[in-house]
Design a protein around this ligand. Structure first.
Ligand SMILES: Cc1ncc(COP(=O)(O)O)c(C=O)c1O
Length: 408
């Protein structure tokens, strides 16, 4: 592993890359069906894929493309793709409907709504996933209960209520402990837990959520093809539990027949459970315990998702961890574009990949890491800004007031 002591960035090359079976639940055929369903949803629109021309010249790479998920369903983050798809599958399972045929409008029919109006969905979240589940449940006329982690910004609680939640419960514990509380309440009440992370015995619904994220991956490939790009050379994917990263990387591993782009998983320093699992070297997922502090609320998760851990273990090229200032630098860079590049509002969990890319290309201390990763003037880099300013006050603290400055 390479660690820079001043910048405190860790990068681990994956010694166990490739050679594994491809994750069939993320195959091109599956992804086509998932996207077909999403396209039937009212308000569905592909989110923009933005080319940052001036920034790529400044950094010395051939191209930088960044997907702007702040535009997803008006919810300011990508997570609703998974929540909507999973809630729909649960409803289809209950009503014995074929998810491959059903449309969003089919499920709006009064006789269907009557049959599902007693269904109750529950989840734990640091914000975005809960908002997506509350939104999906309310669109089908169902109730949802959303558990949120200690210290959650009030604006995120308000956003979950605005999305249609019946009740929001802010706990006194970490994300991982909050998941346990929600699971217990689901069991006690016979409600359906729609959790975006899997563990032994709870894997089907998280896999549906992961599948839901692939619509984003499919949109990107289509958008890149319009630019004449068949495959990016590099991909930066941020991870909390790893469900998002596993969904995109697993799909690309299938789509490119076992040869996905060079992929770096990016996590916050104190809660880098994917990196720590890779470091343990026994092939198993390992958790990071305790309540940790990071501005990257969406990535503040200590236990890897069981379903996607093996995808990340087998198909990631690098595992990395970054302090908060890396994300802050990414947010400020995207908010203050160079030349004719458009401005992108990217939140704390959305911008860390771009922050890491800029540092890798700019800082002489990271030259060895840059070379290891093969980042140079031929690189076509893909990033996903997974959220906008989901905590507007926190966003302004970073972008206006300079919170989390670069180390001197
Ligand atoms: C904005 C944002 N980006 C990335 C992630 C990471 O997703 P995952 O927990 O599946 O790794 C999250 C998770 O909540 C998030 O909210």
């Amino acid at each position: 592993m390479t660690t820079d002591s001043k910048l405190n960035i860790r990068i681990l090359r994956n010694a166990h890359y490739g050679g594994a079976a491809l994750p069939e639940f993320l195959s091109e055929a599956e992804v086509c069906h998932i996207r077909r369903f999403h396209e039937t949803a009212a308000d569905y629109q592909a989110t923009p894929l933005i080319k940052l021309k001036a920034l790529s010249s400044q950094l010395g790479v051939r191209a930088i493309y960044i997907k702007d998920e702040s535009k997803r369903f008006g919810l300011n983050a990508f997570k609703s793709l998974g929540g909507l798809y999973a809630v729909t599958r649960i409803i289809c399972q209950k009503l014995n409907l074929d998810i491959r045929q059903v449309t969003f409008d089919d499920l709006q029919a009064p006789e269907i709504k009557e049959r599902i109006r007693h269904m109750v969905f529950i989840t734990a979240t640091d914000g975005n996933h809960g908002r997506g589940v509350a939104w999906a449940a309310s669109r089908y006329g169902c109730r949802s209960y959303i558990y949120m982690t200690k210290g959650t910004a009030q604006s995120r609680v308000d956003a979950v209520y605005a999305a249609g939640a019946e009740e929001v419960i802010v706990t006194e514990v970490s994300y991982d402990e909050t998941v346990k509380l929600a699971a217990k309440r689901a069991e006690e009440n016979g409600w359906t837990l729609v959790q975006d992370t899997a563990w032994e015995g709870y894997e089907e619904i998280p896999a549906w959520i992961t599948q839901g994220y692939t619509t984003m991956g499919a949109e990107i490939l289509e958008q890149l093809r319009l630019e004449g790009v068949q495959k990016p050379t590099h991909l930066f994917l941020q991870a909390g539990v790893g469900s998002f990263a596993g969904g995109i990387l697993g799909y690309y591993a299938c789509r490119f027949a076992g040869n996905p782009p060079i992929t770096a998983i990016v996590e916050p320093t104190n809660v880098a459970c994917i990196l720590e699992s890779a470091l343990a070297g026994d092939g198993k997922p390992h958790g990071v315990s305790g309540l940790q502090e990071t501005i990257m609320a969406g990535l503040n998760c200590g236990e890897p998702c069981l379903t996607t851990w093996s995808i990340l273990r087998d198909w990631s090229s690098f595992f990395t961890s970054c302090p908060d200032y890396v994300s802050a630098k990414g947010m400020r860079t995207l908010a203050n574009p160079l030349g004719d590049d458009p401005k992108i509002i990217s939140g704390e969990s959305g911008a860390v990949g771009l922050g890491l890319l800029t540092l890798l290309m700019e800082r002489s201390e990271l030259a060895v890491m840059r070379t290891q990763m093969g980042l140079d003037e031929n690189s076509v880099v893909l990033l996903i800004s997974t959220e906008g300013d989901t905590d507007p006050a926190g966003y302004r603290e970073v972008v206006y007031d300079g919170k989390c400055p670069m180390p001197r």
